[in-house]
Design a protein around this ligand. Sequence first.
Ligand SMILES: [Zn+2]
Length: 86
Amino acid sequence: MPRRFDEDEGPTQEDVQRFGGSAPTTGYCPDCGAEVSDLADICPHCHAWIPEGAARRPPAVTELIRRWYVFIALAVLAVFLYLYAF
Ligand SMILES: [Zn+2]
């Protein structure tokens, strides 16, 4: 007897794990990258609006690099202020 499509009961637990369904209840804030609830509309850390589905994927690598540039710029600025203050 051939297997019919409507006999399929949907994805199994193994299928969910294979397609990266790690933690479906947590996501990442697209603005600050903090781990937030998938059901949250607003980030509890930076209060940024989270579009539906945006929190399901981790922040982009480019965002992390941009934040590193900001950190380095602030560090250089702090060094200059320290040098000129004394
Ligand atoms: Zn945030």
